[in-house]
Design a protein around this ligand. Structure first.
Ligand code: ADP
Ligand code: NI
Length: 222
């Protein structure tokens, strides 16, 4: 009988193939390219933060394989699918369980609930995911999502709701510019690691410049 045990590199390679297949028809905010960017952000953060790189990279790859938004709000489906996949590769159950716990607890929506689990690896992958929601990419993703939901880009008569419950956030139909104030501009101060805080500064500054130009064009003053 051959030994089913794979090296970490082989496991990561098999995970890339699995995730690419799973996300073949995903909407573009959570497609393979989002995963690749989060994976790259994770590796960037790991250059200056101490953590289990294998757990971080596996989680970066698997964190969006099944979004509850597209599965009738079922928030257990992502961790469950990740777990089943890793078990099929005979990954150490301690690692699999850690990956599942991070996925269950890392989303912005989950962070609006009482947070139940912490680890350095969660901090890093959550930062990597949040970095992909700000800056030039963040702006593109927000308008893409707003378009998918057929929302107005901006409406000066509808103010942003800075603090809101998880239910309100999920059911919001507000214009996309409001999302900057409800989430994107708050992310810089919510980064867990010093490394990500640093990277976030410039991306945050760029969004500020973007909004300033947006309003000037809206008013026809520039
Ligand atoms: P998470 O997976 O962290 O819970 P979401 O799935 O809510 O985050 O968001 C995925 C992407 O879609 C992010 O780039 C986010 O900024 C964007 N997005 C989410 N909600 C809105 C919204 N109401 N308007 C515009 N963009 C949004
Ligand atoms: Ni993500």
């Amino acid at each position: 009988m051959t030994d089913p045990k794979k090296t970490n590199t082989e496991i990561l390679q098999a995970t890339v193939t699995f995730v690419q297949e799973q996300l073949k028809n995903a909407e573009s905010g959570h497609d393979w390219w989002h995963i690749q960017r989060v994976w790259n952000n994770t590796k960037l953060i790991l250059k200056t933060e101490e953590a289990d790189a294998f757990v971080c990279e596996l989680t970066a790859l698997l964190h969006d394989i099944a979004d509850s938004k597209f599965h009738d709000g079922d928030e257990t489906i992502g961790p469950r699918m990740a777990g089943e996949f890793l078990e099929s590769l005979y990954v150490d159950p301690i690692i699999t369980e850690h990956v599942q716990k991070i996925i269950a607890n890392m989303s912005f929506k989950a962070s609006l609930d009482e947070v139940k689990f912490h680890s350095k690896e969660l901090d890093i992958v959550q930062d990597a995911d949040r970095l992909d929601a700000i800056g030039a990419i963040g702006i593109a993703r927000a308008f893409n999502y707003g378009g998918f939901k057929n929302r107005e880009i901006y409406n000066p008569n509808i103010s942003p709701l800075i603090t809101q419950s998880k239910e309100n956030y999920k059911n919001s139909t507000a214009p996309t510019i409001n999302h900057f104030y409800e989430k994107l501009l708050l992310l810089k101060d919510n980064m867990n690691t010093a490394t990500a805080k640093n990277i976030a500064q410039q991306r945050h500054h760029f969004m500020g410049m973007y909004l300033q130009q947006f309003y000037e064009e809206w008013e026809g003053v520039k």
